[in-house]
Design a protein around this ligand. Sequence first.
Ligand SMILES: [Zn+2]
Length: 42
Amino acid sequence: MFNVVEFFRNLPKKKCHRCGHDMNEKADCYGNLCDDCDHPAL
Ligand SMILES: [Zn+2]
C-alpha cells in the first residue's frame, strides 16, 4: 500500500524558482518564490 508519509518525506526540498534558495516549509502558500523574491516591493 502506498505510504503517504514516506512520499512527502522523500520529496525534494522546495527551492525558489528565481534565486534557487531553499524555501521554508511555511512558504508553501507563496508559490515558488522565497520570501525575498516574493517581496511586494519587487
Ligand atoms: Zn528567491
